[in-house]
Design a binder for this molecule. Structure first.
Ligand code: 8YV
Length: 322
């Protein structure tokens, strides 16, 4: 019997995922969940036929060039693939896959949590109670913004964006969106299409960002674009920090250009996020937990395994991105 292919798993995955992976492959695991530096990862990859990484491992063109020749695939445990230089992977003929769909519900939940948390000043309120600083009540106390019935703008009405749209409709929100091209009516439903980001921003009360991070979207939410938003508007980001110009957003929140923001993802996360966010009351902050549910983390792992099984069976993996 041929030896099983060897998979380098860079982070500690759910037990059920590691057990299933071991049925098909020989595994190099990371039981202590240490964050590998690139040099250490490359060294471990010397004995691997594929790598199963998270977004915490970076595969720049330089890193991909140094991958041992036996590494045939990078089967990501993530839907976002901005941590992998896809062109470099294609050039080296390393197959790259991701885990779409299975995290859409969990991420949409966090988008709604951020939306409500930012609109209703949840961070501020929670701190008041927790720190024993809640002293009185008045009709003017902790008054926030209502989201019910408001206009929800979705930047990137893809898999996650479409779930957020459905959840928003549950709050009787009117859905607006911008994609490069309008979607067919089956996917868009009653959502109103805007042919530019600028037109979308000027037409909504809440913005939820769902476009991938790329050179084209880096710093997309800059000072000029944020200024197009309504003064009572709320900005929510569960995509990637890179889509936002942090100096611009912090300044807008400080000077009431928009009302509030809810952020689950950041430039420089986790250790070097913009310090301005920590000082602001009108932001609701979470530590990149969009997909962090038991169900979803299992499903992401199983999806990555399906991709690896296909690759080593000589088949086209379902979620190939390069
Ligand atoms: C994951 C994510 O937790 O899948 C993604 O793109 O942003 C997160 O939900 C993370 O990337 C896992 O590697």
């Amino acid at each position: 019997m041929a030896a099983k292919p060897v998979i380098l798993v860079t982070r500690k995955l759910p037990d059920s995922v590691e057990q299933k992976l071991a049925q098909h492959f020989t595994t190099i695991l990371n039981p202590d969940d240490r964050l590998y530096g690139t040099a250490e990862m490359l060294q471990l990859a010397e004995n691997a036929d594929a790598i199963l990484p998270c977004h915490t491992e970076k595969f720049s063109a330089g890193t991909i060039a140094q991958l041992p020749a036996r590494v045939k695939a990078i089967a990501n445990f993530s839907v976002g693939v901005d941590h992998v230089d896809l062109d470099a992977a294609r050039q080296k003929q390393v197959v790259v896959t991701n885990t779409p769909d299975v995290l859409s519900d969990a991420t949409a939940e966090i988008a709604m949590l951020l939306m409500l948390g930012a609109a209703r000043r949840a961070s501020e309120g929670e701190r008041l109670v927790r720190n024993q600083q809640w002293k009185d009540w008045s009709p003017a106390f902790m008054v926030g913004h209502q989201v019910t019935g408001k206009r929800l703008g979705i930047l990137g009405l893809g898999r996650v964006g479409q779930v957020v749209a459905r959840r928003g409709r549950g709050f009787e929100m009117k859905i607006h969106y911008h994609n490069r091209n309008p979607l067919n009516p089956e996917q868009a439903g009653d959502a109103i299409y805007h042919d530019s980001v600028e037109a979308l921003l000027a037409s909504i009360d809440v913005l939820s960002i769902h476009c991938p991070a790329s050179e084209a979207t880096r710093g997309l939410l800059n000072r000029e674009r944020i200024a197009l938003m309504h003064r009572d508007a709320i900005l929510v980001n569960t995509s990637r920090g890179g889509v936002i110009d942090d100096d611009a957003l912090v300044a807008a929140l400080q000077s009431d250009v928009i009302a509030a923001a809810g952020l689950d993802v950041f430039n420089g996360e986790p250790n070097s996020i913009h310090p301005g966010y920590r000082e602001l009351d009108n932001v609701f902050l979470l530590p990149h937990i969009g997909s962090a549910t038991r169900e979803t983390r299992d499903a992401m792992g199983f999806r990555a395994i399906d991709n690896l099984v296909a690759i080593f069976n000589g088949e086209e993996p379902g979620d190939r991105v390069a």
